[in-house]
Design a protein around this ligand. Structure first.
Ligand code: ATP
Ligand code: NAG
Ligand code: NAG
Ligand code: NAG
Ligand code: NAG
Ligand code: NAG
Ligand code: NAG
Length: 654
């Protein structure tokens, strides 16, 4: 790059405020571009991405579960031209390049969270239309493709949601990503002050514009990423500095651009200016010429639904009714997945994102109950774990509430255990993985999230299987947030007979330990292929836990393992799971393990405490409790099912 050439770039810049001269002929070897705002710019846009009349590149507009892409319209040449002499071994194939951009992320006033962020991406094509929104950042179309070297994706992410599946450090970080959503290198958003050397935090979703610089040195393979508030000179010390040879990543033609996505939270992602250079620093963006970022807006923009005041607060999780109506083809019966205790569940495909979802229709009578319920939904929508069915949002239409979850193509676990719908019987290895998965999901709810969440309805029919047969805990219809220290002021009982801890019938209070009880019943069910409660010969009920406890006492535990496995199972694992099932189902809550301990037992990290057959109290208590339960059930009319105002339903152990 010579001085004269540089000067020649400056003229159109002054005249038009932006330039992308190389766009016509493709980027020359010394190509660069600069957009001081995007008015009139020719970018390749997909999804929600738009250029606003005042020259902002708006990647997402606040609609949930959407994505937006904007690419420089022609490929940039990042590989060295194969010159007359072949590469001599020390020369790297990818040249030095640098890019800088100014961005802003806006959330509603009432939100202190936004998602999912903005990514600067270099990809082999400008068409990432198959990319999914939410945590896929619009870049990947399935979990299967994440991490594969065949993606040839280099990205720098400004990530505003913590996704533990991808090892995110927090909900406000910057990362260097190579073919993956898990970052190669990352750090919390901020910069190092040039004078003091001190680190200063920045909040990506503050609504204030900030600038990013990405620099790659083709010789040393060093990648630097630097962040700073708008108007500040580029800090000397980069936020991230890593070494990674991009030669195997960037092959052939490369397109550079932005990808952004929203999840359950309404968020607007903007880019104000952008520049790029190969073998030279990216041209300086002229701050004075940049369009203005809108102020954080209050409330929401959609007027399609009558809304109550309290709904504004939870607005981001709302999905328009017409979308759900369209998604389920007017709630056609052919899309009915099943009917649960609280209503019908339909399969649907959301019109814009093409996301497959399960829509649960719940009707209610009490406005008050509705408000609390939606508050809960808003919280639950922020839960994220690989063993939890993601809740995308809700929609309320008069007295009807629709909950929108990720669709689980392989349905619920109970159908496999009992061979319904021609489902194959699951191998022991698969069952053991499912058990570990659900343990991990429940551990997350109890101990890893910001609040303690009690699921309240662990059972095989609430364990759903995704396309890869991973187990996910579903149906948070009954979950209640359980604050540390504050006991639930309720005598309401929810759950399913056979999975209900005995103390619930006395106190009416759910707790993490009542979930552990249900988890115990679940372990026994999965291992034996039998329901926790079975009809007895004389009209009474038989508790599976009692039966297994008897076998335990007689040292014939293996006799209860599901005969459909044909004897093909790992006896040590089955033995462990059965004993753990008994331990978790202990009638005395204090003697049950926590989910943290359960995980350790399942992973073989700590030995299971000895369960003594002399725990006679176990069986006696259990029987006594089940009798108590029995009479309680009888005294409760089943007609109370389906009301979320009072969560008083029992569903019989299906
Ligand atoms: N996210 C989902 N993806 C695919 N199928 C689902 C999903 N959620 C529910 N289903 C199907 O819909 C059926 C009804 O689900 P629902 O959760 O309402 O009832 P349940 O779990 O059987 O009973 P309960 O209401 O007592 O918990 C389930 O058996 C399951 O097969
Ligand atoms: C935008 O750029 C592409 C690629 O160079 C070109 O094909 C297209 O004609 C341009 N569109 C406009 C409106 O300039
Ligand atoms: C290889 O090529 C590079 C760049 O042209 C040059 O700097 C280097 O000296 C060469 N090395 C050898 C061993 O020839
Ligand atoms: C982008 O790719 C999708 C398939 O993934 C295709 O349907 C669509 O037509 C492509 N769009 C363009 C503009 O090439
Ligand atoms: C996912 O993306 C890959 C690569 O872009 C593509 O080959 C594949 O067809 C896509 N799959 C779906 C289901 O869109
Ligand atoms: C990365 O930053 C360090 C420290 O400022 C600097 O020495 C190095 O040259 C930078 N590398 C690139 C590729 O910008
Ligand atoms: C056992 C089983 O039914 N597996 C299915 C799970 O879902 C995937 C994707 O829909 C199918 O390909 C499997 O056959």
């Amino acid at each position: 790059m010579t001085g004269t050439k540089y000067a020649s770039w400056c003229l159109p810049l002054l005249l038009y405020g932006f330039l992308h001269l190389a766009a016509v002929a493709g980027l020359a070897d010394d190509g660069q571009f600069l957009y001081n705002g995007f008015a009139g710019a020719n970018l390749t846009l997909y999804g929600m991405a738009r250029i606003t009349p005042d020259g902002l590149l708006k990647l997402t507009d606040g609609t949930v579960q959407q994505k937006g892409h904007a690419f420089y319209p022609v490929p940039v040449r990042l590989r060295r031209v194969s010159s007359s002499s072949p590469p001599n071994g020390t020369e790297k194939a990818v040249r030095s390049f640098s890019s800088s951009f100014v961005f802003g992320i806006l959330t509603a006033d009432t939100q202190d969270l936004g998602g999912h962020g903005i990514v600067l991406v270099i990809a082999p094509k400008a068409n990432l239309s198959a990319g999914l929104p939410s945590s896929y950042m619009g870049l990947f179309n399935s979990t299967g493709s994440v991490g594969s070297a065949s993606n040839h994706l280099f990205a720098v992410e400004l990530d505003t949601i913590q996704n533990i599946d991808f090892g995110d450090i927090n909900n406000n970080h910057v990362g260097i990503n190579i073919n993956n959503l898990a970052s190669h290198d990352d750090d919390k958003a901020g910069y190092y002050d040039d004078k003091s050397g001190q680190f200063r935090d920045l909040t990506l979703i503050s609504g204030d514009a900030m600038q990013v610089w990405v620099d790659y040195d083709g010789d040393t393979t060093q990648i630097n990423v630097t962040l700073a508030p708008l108007g500040m000179r580029k800090p000397m010390r980069p936020l991230l500095s890593a070494r990674h040879d991009l030669s195997p990543v960037i092959i052939g033609e490369s397109y550079i651009g932005f990808s952004s996505s929203t999840g359950t939270l309404s968020t607007q992602h903007y880019v104000l200016g952008w520049s790029f250079g190969v073998d030279m620093p990216a041209p300086a963006i002229d701050m004075a010429k940049l369009p203005k970022l809108p102020k954080r807006r209050s409330g929401s923009q959609s007027k399609t639904m009558l809304r109550e005041d309290w709904e504004v607060e939870f607005g981001p999780h709302r999905i328009p009714y017409k979308d759900l109506y369209q998604a389920t083809e007017r709630f056609k019966n052919k899309n009915l997945l099943g009917v649960g205790g609280f209503g019908r569940v339909y399969k649907g495909v959301l019109p814009k994102s093409h996301l497959e979802v399960a829509v649960k229709k719940v009707s209610h009578e009490s406005r008050q109950g509705m408000k609390e319920f939606v508050a809960e939904v808003a919280s639950i929508g922020r839960l994220r774990h690989r063993n939890i069915v993601q809740l995308h949002g809700y929609c309320r239409l008069k007295d009807e509430l629709l909950l929108v979850y990720d669709y689980m193509p392989n349905g619920s676990l109970d159908k496999y255990l009992y061979g319904h719908d021609n489902k194959p019987i699951l191998s022991w290895a698969r069952r053991f993985l499912i058990i570990k998965g659900i343990a991990s999901g429940l551990f997350y709810l109890h101990e890893e999230w910001e609040q303690v969440v009690v699921h309240r309805d662990i059972k095989a029919s609430n364990v759903l299987l995704d396309s890869e047969m991973n187990a996910r805990l579903g149906d948070f219809g009954l979950a209640k947030l359980y604050n540390h220290g504050t006991e639930l002021q309720t005598t309401i009982i929810a759950g399913t007979l056979g999975y209900l801890a005995p103390e619930i019938t006395r106190t009416g209070k759910a707790s993490p330990l009542t979930d552990v009880f249900s988890f115990g019943a679940f372990l026994l069910e999965v291992t034996t292929g039998r329901k926790p409660v079975e009809q007895g010969t004389e009209g009474g009920i038989n508790m599976l836990v009692d039966l297994i406890f008897e076998h335990f006492g007689r040292d014939t535990l293996m006799a209860v393992v599901d005969p459909r496995l044909g004897g093909e199972y790992n006896a040590d694992e089955a033995n462990l799971v059965l004993k753990l099932g008994l331990l978790c189902s202990h009638p005395l809550p204090d003697l049950r393990p926590t989910m943290r301990q359960v995980m350790q037992y399942l992973d073989g990290q700590s030995p299971l405490p000895e369960l003594m057959p002399s725990h006679t109290s176990f069986s006696m208590l259990s029987t006594a409790q089940s009798q108590g339960l029995d009479s309680y059930v009888i005294s409760k009319p089943l007609s109370s099912m389906g009301s979320i105002g009072q969560l008083t339903s029992f569903s019989s152990g299906r």
